[in-house]
Design a protein around this ligand. Sequence first.
Ligand SMILES: [Ca+2]
Ligand SMILES: [Ca+2]
Ligand SMILES: [Ca+2]
Ligand SMILES: [Ca+2]
Length: 254
Amino acid sequence: MSLIIKAARNAAGVTIALAAVFFYMQSLQAAEVDSDGDGLSDTAETATYATDPAAADTDGDGFKDGDEVTRGYSPRHGGSARLTEVDSDKDYLPDAWEIALGTGLTNPDFDGDKFLDGTEVRAGYDPRTTARTRLEKSIAVDIFSQKLTYSLGGVALESFPISSGLPGTPTPTGEFSVLAKVPVKHYGGSNWSYPNTKWNLHFATKNLRYYIHGAYWHNDFGKPKSHGCVNVSYSNMERLYQWAQVGTKVEITS
Ligand SMILES: [Ca+2]
Ligand SMILES: [Ca+2]
Ligand SMILES: [Ca+2]
Ligand SMILES: [Ca+2]
């Protein structure tokens, strides 16, 4: 091969590489264009949040789309509706979970298998594929940070403050699973009584009767407070209870 042809080929190779870099940079810029200056890129608005990329305040409630998302509120549903509490496409999967899983806020059956996204998640199936793939459900409680996170197939759906046991009545640590779901329960001792407590997940062992449950008698989540159970606010516990299944993994670390 002559030196001239070699040089020409090298030059062509460099040109192609430079063109590839140029187009890559352009696509990165496109992903970051925020036409309405509301803190969400055009791509995020159309692909993730189903908001108007040309309107800074899609739901017209006086708050910018990006600010609402940052603070956990829905940019589509106005007022004080939280992303965890709204279900834009009525498929039983809250918008916050659709965003985490990438299943689209306005597509009730992402994989087109005739089962709604929320129905699949409730039963432990992957709403993103028609393959009958089961996803592991797991609940992680971190005593140190007083936080509970629950995940589907390794994707965190929600995370919020809890109250674990006080020093004299600590919450047991280790690997457990949900043994039973009890809709309503009475907790009590010699000088305390909490009747009609909603949404109770029994974990630990048959004889170690500890629960993750709703708590209506205090609002001190984020600090140890209980007799050993894991206290969760009613607003968070209802969704966790409906989602969890007997067998869902529970991991408690200190
Ligand atoms: Ca925007
Ligand atoms: Ca708004
Ligand atoms: Ca939904
Ligand atoms: Ca489906």
